[in-house]
Design a protein around this ligand. Structure first.
Ligand code: FE
Length: 219
């Protein structure tokens, strides 16, 4: 079978907010789906290695912020490519903390909702949580960001804990050529109009905000 056929499945982009032991934290997932409307039940898949997974299991709750096409790559980079176990991933992100303790993003999201876990299933690498939606925004706005938009327009990559990450794809990505790749998030700078060498020294990775010095020639 050609594994690429699963690329035809469509996904969105979401920030999952949890109560951390020291501070609220959040991660990015592309796998939130509605299971039933009445009651409002959703499912989300989160990697075992993610601190978010641990905290969902410990608190039984999480908040979902639905990212829009206006959500900046910097926000996705801050939440998607590092762990909230030791670092404050939300340090440079505009967010609010719900009464229940979970953070939701304030800017450029379509809506948010709060979920209480009702069940789960384990796979080799991920937990699929089933959860009831117990509160949420009164309205929604903007265009939800799809995973496809993230890849094609923002040119984001799948971090290794994403359900759709594939090792072979990452290996293909490192085929030799003259383009520069971010060693933090895997973003490839690919703008023939503006050579990488000529970018200003204070230029940063549009996905994870890493400085220019963190880029290396692919290959
Ligand atoms: Fe980066």
């Amino acid at each position: 079978m050609n594994p690429d056929i699963l690329r035809t499945l469509s996904y969105g982009m979401y920030a999952i907010g949890v109560k951390g032991e020291e501070r609220p934290t959040a991660c990015i997932v592309n796998t939130v789906m509605q299971v039933t409307a009445e009651p409002m039940v959703i499912a989300v898949s989160v990697n075992h290695d993610n601190y978010t997974n641990q905290r969902i299991k410990e608190t039984g709750e999480f908040a979902v912020s639905v990212l829009s096409e206006n959500t900046s790559g910097t926000v996705i980079g801050a939440l998607g490519f590092s762990s909230g176990r030791n670092a404050d991933k939300l340090a440079n992100v505009n967010y609010k903390v719900l009464r229940e303790g979970e953070p939701v993003l304030r800017e450029d999201i379509c809506c948010w909702f709060l979920c209480r876990v009702t069940g789960s299933a384990e796979t080799l690498t991920h937990t699929v949580f089933l959860a009831e939606v117990i509160a949420g925004s009164d309205e929604y706005k903007g265009t939800p960001m799809t995973y496809d938009y993230y890849h094609k327009v923002i040119k984001g990559k799948a971090p290794k804990n994403a359900p759709t990450y594939r090792k072979e794809e990452a290996a293909q990505d490192s085929s030799p050529d003259e383009r520069y790749i971010c060693t933090i998030c895997g973003y490839v700078y690919d703008d023939p109009q503006h050579p990488f060498e000529e970018l200003p020294e204070d230029w940063v990775c549009p996905i994870c905000s890493a400085p220019k010095s963190m880029f290396k020639i692919k290959g």
